[in-house]
Design a protein around this ligand. Sequence first.
Ligand code: FAD
Length: 446
Amino acid sequence: MPAPQTAAPQTAIPLTSASDRGQTAGKPFPTEADVVVIGGGIAGICTALFLAKRGVRVVVCEKGTVAGEQSSRNWGWIRKQSRDPRELALMIEAQRLWHEIVPELDEDIGFKVGGVTYLIENEAEMAKRTPWLDHARAYQLDSRLLDPAEVDAMLGRTDRRFLGAIHTPSDCRAEPWKAVPAIGRLARRWGADIREGTAVRSIERQGGRVAGVVTEHGTIRCSSVVLAGGVWSRPFLENLGLDLPQLGVKSSVLRTTAAKPLSQSTFGALGASIRPREDGGYTVARSGAATFDIIPAAFRHFAAFTPILKRNWRIMTLRFGKPFFDALGQRRWQPDQMSPFEAVRMLHPAPDDPLLDDTLNAARDLFPQMKDTRSAQRWAGIIDVTPDEVPVLGPVDAVPGLFLATGFSGHGFGIGPGTGFVTAQMVMGETPIADVSGLRYARFGG
Ligand SMILES: Cc1cc2nc3c(=O)[nH]c(=O)nc-3n(C[C@H](O)[C@H](O)[C@H](O)COP(=O)(O)OP(=O)(O)OC[C@H]3O[C@@H](n4cnc5c(N)ncnc54)[C@H](O)[C@@H]3O)c2cc1C
């Protein structure tokens, strides 16, 4: 039996060859743009796509590889189900945009409308999950409560183990490690200049407003900057003297060997959540099971995060974090100094093997078709979490020209096209297509 691999999740294919980083396809390094986007994850790449489609000169600066961090490591769920009402309208737009973007891509990204189903195992889960159906009704979603017989029929069981399930047939999935680079190539075809191996160290200001960015390869003059830096957004802002309560938690994932098809749906359950993959296996993980590295910022924001820690205390492991202490803990540097973003090109933490062993056992127990599957590959990612577990979208009032698209708290992949669309609108001074007023930076005093 081959040993399970511990490696990057079929790491996103770089858009640029290693020798060409920062100097894309022989094109000289840009000295001017309308908008610079910091970060080549799904938030930054989708923002660049929608700006480029409108003829805006946009440069994306990515310190490592497009989708090298969270955006290739996630489970690939594209769901409206159980969304916080503050982001539900945006998520509905995001799913509409996925359907528009996918036919324009040069690669099959495994986009499927297979539905999302959360299994309900006890009365406490029933009481926790079902009130959300009121929001679903308000938005006329197709979400509904399945009865035990319907759940058994979906799972191929006969034992009525579950009290029911919440099911949203129109929810989707995709292979994230393929999707984001493919959207990046689409953005390039529309004229976006995407620079891998290009860390942004700081922002230049004139009269208080954005005048450019300082990168490791030189300065790019621009009037607007979108910070879509994932877990790095907090240290970037701190260096500018701005505060963002955002912490990093490690989440581990595995993919299995091929299994008999179960259903087209992804399934969430307490012990294990699974998503069918294009390669015939499943992406498997345990929802909410995370390791929280305690870095200096954690102490400063501890009070803000206490409710999350209390809610998740059963599944969250607290430990003193040495691994990213230096990089994510560094607080001040000058634009002419090497920044933490150059020191760590890609966060690539080791997965939690005991947790994943336990999760796979739970998956085999919950889903009979997975009984004979084995672990084929394991990886982990660092999720950027805000105290209220919804993102920060929109302008920074203290620095005109600076916009944030960050803090997606473990559900930023599915909403990515919506994020990009409304961020492009806000940069252009337009009213966003969906109400995102509940996601403003100002809610944290910024
Ligand atoms: C294990 C796991 C499972 C998840 N499952 C799901 C799911 O099923 N569905 C879902 O919707 N979401 C899921 N998520 C969350 C989702 O992956 C993230 O919310 C989303 O990818 C965030 O995208 P982003 O662009 O904001 O950040 P990232 O993908 O982290 O990208 C930020 C990028 O910015 C770059 N960067 C940062 N600072 C700088 C700088 N100064 N200069 C240049 N570059 C910089 C980084 O290198 C990085 O590539 C999951 C996440 C994880 C880790």
